[in-house]
Design a protein around this ligand. Structure first.
Ligand code: FES
Length: 323
């Protein structure tokens, strides 16, 4: 496993409902947690009925000094992470990591376009406040199902004023990606966090505008797939063992629980370290990563075990390791 973050026990200090179906949860550890930059996240070990799941959550900018706070959306098709998080009460002990950052601001751009979709606002929220506090030129476009389901609109409005545009879908408001990108200077950078279709649309608009990929920074949450989560079973080449993956578990976590070694890092379908070969399968693959190309996804011979899954049935995979 590649992961430099330090695991520790933390206690839940405060829980607040901050929007419909969205809960803010704050944690404190015996020693003060280190300060973190916008875009940082922590991992949390969620206890599930049949094993465990590791989920990552962005650190909110409004935590008390020495604490961390995250916001969690309860998903109807939760893989277990959000249901576990919604079961927490003040005083509960949870295994978390210290904050780490793979979505950091460059601080070098002439201006910034921040795009947030749904609960993807969590890293963008901290970036917006930090950029506004430093007097940086920025614009933020924030889309969600409805105003009531969009957390942190009040502090964002207070910090950004008319540099913030809200796009509640139930009012027919959509982000005009081409227009937002056209308003950015040639030395501008785009930061986006949202569901996979939004990310893909923004990437396409960025490419249409002839902008350099080095100035397009993203983070995605990998729990939006084409299929509802169902159990499936995998056989692993070289191991005389069948592993059943529960609907609320990732393939990576199930392999980990079964003692099958895996390399991984981001757990969000971005780095590609957890990719396994697919040798056989009798149900479609639900690709939920941004690492594999569209062509590779269509080929169906590889899969990111941290977020992607089979839609059911049985499959044979090869992790590249032998016992
Ligand atoms: S751990 Fe990074 S893509 Fe799976």
């Amino acid at each position: 496993m590649k992961n430099d973050a330090i695991w520790l026990d933390a206690n839940v200090t405060q829980i607040d409902d901050v929007a419909e179906g969205v809960r803010r949860i704050a944690f404190a550890a015996p020693q003060a947690l280190p300060a973190f930059d916008p875009g940082s996240h922590i991992a949390i070990r969620a206890a599930l009925a049949g094993g465990h799941a590791i989920r990552t959550y962005s650190c909110l900018p409004d935590a008390a000094p020495g604490e961390v706070a995250v916001a969690v959306k309860l998903h109807p098709n939760s893989r277990g992470g959000s249901r576990y998080m919604f079961s927490l009460k003040p005083g509960d002990t949870v295994r978390i990591t210290t904050p780490e950052n793979r979505f950091d601001l460059s601080w070098r751009a002439a201006d910034y376009l921040l795009l947030a979709g749904g609960i993807g606002v969590t890293p963008i929220y901290g970036m917006a406040l930090a950029l506004a506090a430093r007097g940086a030129a920025l614009r933020m476009e924030y889309g969600g199902q409805s105003l009531g389901a969009m957390p942190f609109t009040a502090p964002l409005q207070a910090a950004l004023g008319d540099r913030l545009a809200l796009h509640p879908q139930d009012q027919g408001s959509m982000i005009d990606l081409d227009r937002a990108i056209a308003a950015l200077s040639p030395q501008g950078e785009l930061y986006i966090c949202g569901p996979l279709p939004m990310l893909e649309a923004a990437k396409a608009a960025w490419a249409r505008a002839g902008r350099p990929t080095s100035r397009f920074r993203y983070e995605v949450f990998g729990d939006t797939g084409r299929f509802t989560e169902a159990p499936f079973t995998v056989r692993v080449a070289g191991y005389d063992q069948a592993v059943t993956v529960a609907p609320d578990q990732s393939l990576l976590d199930a392999l980990d629980d079964a003692g099958i070694p895996m390399i991984h890092d981001c757990r969000r379908g971005e780095c590609g370290l957890c990719v396994v070969d697919v040798l056989d399968h009798d149900a479609p693959i639900d690709h939920r990563d941004v690492f594999l190309s569209d062509g590779e996804k269509q080929e169906g011979t590889r899969l990111c075990a941290c977020v992607s899954r089979f839609s059911g049935g049985e499959a044979v995979i090869d992790t590249g390791y032998r016992p």
